[in-house]
Ligand binder design. Structure first.
Ligand SMILES: Nc1ncnc2c1ncn2[C@@H]1O[C@H](COP(=O)(O)OP(=O)(O)OP(=O)(O)O)[C@@H](O)[C@H]1O
Ligand SMILES: [Mg+2]
Length: 512
C-alpha cells in the first residue's frame, strides 16, 4: 500500500481583498472520501477558501495540490474538469429557465443531429430530482420555485456534473428539517460512491452528525482541525468565537401591551391549484412588546402570511386585517411601510439587497426621507446612521463605502435587518431572519429582537429552526398547508408539540 497522500492539500494559502485579509496562511489536508466540515463565524473566510478550491478565485498566495499535483484553476470550468463541484451559499440559478435547463446549463445534452435534447434532459432531470426527492416539475421556471426547492436544484447541478469533490456552502440554510434529512441521505449515497465532501454550516448538530473531521477558521486563519469523535460542539464553538458564549436564558419580558395587529379570517386563494388556498381562515392578534412565532414546514404558508400582511402578495388577501384598530389590507409594500410595518425577507439576494450599492447605501435605503432636508439627501446624516448600525449590529465590513457584495453572507443578512430597523416600525415581520447567520451574531440578533420588544414593537417571526422559535417567542402559531393547526404559549411549546401540529394539516380544534 502506498503511503496515503491527501486528496487535497491546501498549502499556505492567503487571500486579500484590498485591506481585508480574508485568508492568512491556511494549510489543510482533505482525505479521499471524508466529510470535512469547515466552520467559523460570518466573515471567517470559509466561502473564500471554497471559492479558491472551486476556481472562482484564481489569484491567491500559496498552493493547492490535488492528488499530489499542483493545481492552479483559472476558472470554475477548470475546477469542474478536475472533478470539483460547488453549491454556492447564494443561489446561482437562471430564474426564467426551467429546472431542467438549469441543471444542464453549460453541459447541455444534444441529439445525434446536434439539436438540444430537451426530452432527454427532462428525463434525466426527473431522475436527478427524484434522487433528491424533490417533487417539482422539471419544466417549471426556477424563478417560481421557493428557496428550498431552488437550493435542491443547485445541488442537482453538482450531481449532473458527477463531481468527485463536492463543496456544499451552507446547503441547508433554506431547507426544512425534512428537506435537510433528504439531503443527508443524498450525501450518504455520494459518500458510498467515494465522493469527498466539504461541508460548511453554522448548524453544530449537522456538523457533528455528518463530519469526519472539523476545521475551524477564525478571522481568516485556520485555528484547528479536529476529528469529530475527539471534540464537542462546545469546544468547536469556543474555538470559532474565541471565547465561551453565554447562553443566558432571556429574562422575563414585561407583559405585552395593547393590541397592534389583528388578523381575522385571512385567506389567500390559490387559483388553478389542487390546494385551493395558499392560506385559509387564519386569525390571530399581535400585541405591543410581543414576539409571535410562526412555525411550519416549507410550503406551509409562513412566507405567504408575512407577504399578505405587508401588501406583497400577488393578489389581495380576503378577510380582515387591522393595525391599531384601523383597517390595514395593503395593496402595496410602500403603503404597509408608511403605516409602520417592516418586512425582512428570507431571500436577501432577490428581494433584499442592491448589488451595485455600498453597505452604507443599502443600510439607509429605506430611510432617505429621514436623512433628507429640503429634498436633498444629507450624506453626513446618512453616513452617521450607517456607522451607528454597523457598530451596533457588529457588521463585519471594511467600511460603509465597501460594496455590499464584498460582505460575507451572514453580514449581508445583518444589513437587511439593520435597514428595516432604521425605519422605526411598529410591527416587524421577520422571515427566517437568522438564515446563514453565525452563532455569535444569532445571539446578538436575539438580544436585539428582545430589546425592540421591550421598546414596544410587535414582532412576527418565522423560522425553519424550531429551537430558535422556542428561544425567541412569547407565543407560537403553527401552520400546515395554509391552515392554522396550533397555537402555543411559551410555557406550552415543545419541539415535539410544534412538529406534531406542523404535520397535522387539519384546522386547530376548538380546544385551546
Ligand atoms: N469579493 C470580495 N471583496 C472584498 N472583500 C471580500 C470579498 N469576498 C469576501 N470578502 C471579505 O473576506 C472576508 C471573508 O469572507 P467569506 O465570504 O469568505 O466569509 P464566510 O466565512 O464565508 O462568512 P459567512 O458565514 O457569512 O458566509 C470577509 O471579511 C469579507 O467581507
Ligand atoms: Mg460564506
Amino acid at each position: 500500500m502506498a503511503t496515503t497522500q491527501p486528496l487535497i492539500a491546501i498549502s499556505h494559502i492567503g487571500k486579500r481583498f484590498g485591506g481585508v485579509h480574508a485568508l492568512t496562511d491556511v494549510s489543510l489536508e482533505i482525505d479521499q472520501g471524508e466529510v470535512h466540515a469547515i466552520v467559523g463565524e460570518n466573515g471567517a473566510g470559509k466561502s473564500t477558501l471554497m471559492n479558491i478550491l472551486s476556481g472562482v478565485i484564481a489569484a491567491y498566495d500559496g498552493q493547492l495540490l490535488l492528488r499530489g499535483q499542483l493545481a492552479r484553476f483559472t476558472g470554475p470550468r477548470d475546477a469542474e474538469q478536475a472533478g470539483v463541484g460547488i453549491v454556492h451559499q447564494e443561489l446561482n440559478l437562471v430564474e426564467p429557465l426551467s429546472a431542467a435547463a438549469n441543471l444542464f446549463l453549460g453541459r447541455e445534452r444534444r441529439t445525434l443531429l446536434g439539436w438540444l435534447d430537451d426530452r432527454g434532459m427532462e428525463r434525466a432531470a426527473t431522475t436527478i430530482l427524484e434522487t433528491l426527492e424533490c417533487r417539482i416539475d422539471p419544466r417549471q421556471p426556477v424563478g417560481e420555485l421557493r428557496v428550498g426547492d431552488q437550493q435542491l436544484v443547485e445541488i442537482g447541478k453538482a450531481l449532473v456534473q458527477e463531481a468527485e469533490i463536492l463543496i456544499l456552502d451552507e446547503p441547508t440554510s433554506a431547507l426544512t428539517a425534512a428537506e435537510s434529512e433528504r439531503l443527508f441521505r443524498v450525501m450518504q449515497q455520494l459518500q458510498t460512491r467515494g465522493v469527498t465532501i466539504l461541508y460548511i454550516s453554522h448548524k453544530m448538530e449537522e456538523v457533528f452528525r455528518l463530519a469526519d473531521r472539523i476545521s475551524i477558521l477564525r478571522d481568516g486563519a485556520l485555528i484547528r482541525t479536529l476529528p469529530r469523535r475527539e471534540t464537542t460542539p462546545r469546544e468547536v464553538t469556543r474555538l470559532m468565537v474565541g471565547r465561551d458564549l453565554e447562553t443566558a436564558a432571556p429574562t422575563e419580558r414585561p407583559a405585552p401591551g395593547r393590541t397592534l395587529l389583528e388578523v381575522c379570517g385571512l385567506s389567500l386563494p390559490w387559483a388553478g391549484h389542487a390546494r385551493a388556498w395558499r392560506l385559509h381562515d387564519i386569525s390571530f392578534t399581535l400585541r405591543q412588546g410581543e414576539v409571535l412565532g410562526v412555525a411550519g414546514l416549507m410550503g406551509a404558508g409562513r412566507t405567504e402570511l408575512l407577504e399578505c400582511l405587508f401588501g406583497a402578495s400577488a393578489e389581495p388577501p380576503r378577510g380582515a386585517i387591522r393595525l391599531n384598530g384601523a383597517p390595514a389590507v395593503f395593496r402595496h409594500p410602500a403603503a404597509a411601510r408608511a403605516a409602520g410595518l417592516a418586512l425582512v425577507t428570507e431571500d436577501r439576494k432577490r428581494l433584499g439587497l442592491f448589488d451595485q450599492m455600498t453597505v452604507g447605501q443599502n443600510l439607509t435605503l429605506c430611510q432617505l426621507h429621514a436623512a433628507a432636508a429640503w429634498g436633498i439627501v444629507q450624506s453626513r446624516r446618512e453616513s452617521d446612521m450607517a456607522e451607528t448600525l454597523i457598530a451596533s449590529l457588529g457588521i463585519k465590513t471594511a467600511g460603509r463605502d465597501a460594496p455590499i457584495t464584498s460582505l460575507s453572507g451572514g453580514n449581508q443578512q445583518k444589513c437587511v435587518i439593520g435597514r428595516w430597523l432604521l425605519t422605526r416600525p411598529q410591527v416587524l415581520l421577520l422571515d427566517d431572519p437568522t438564515r446563514g447567520v453565525d452563532v455569535g451574531a444569532k445571539a446578538e440578533l436575539y438580544r436585539l429582537i428582545d430589546q425592540l420588544c421591550r421598546d414596544g414593537l410587535g414582532v412576527l417571526v418565522t423560522s425553519s429552526e424550531l429551537p430558535e422559535l422556542l428561544t425567541l417567542c412569547d407565543r407560537i402559531l403553527v401552520l400546515c398547508e395554509g391552515r392554522l393547526t396550533g397555537e402555543f404559549t411559551r410555557a406550552e411549546a415543545t419541539e415535539h408539540g410544534l412538529m406534531e401540529a406542523a404535520t397535522m394539516c387539519k384546522p386547530a380544534g376548538t380546544a385551546g
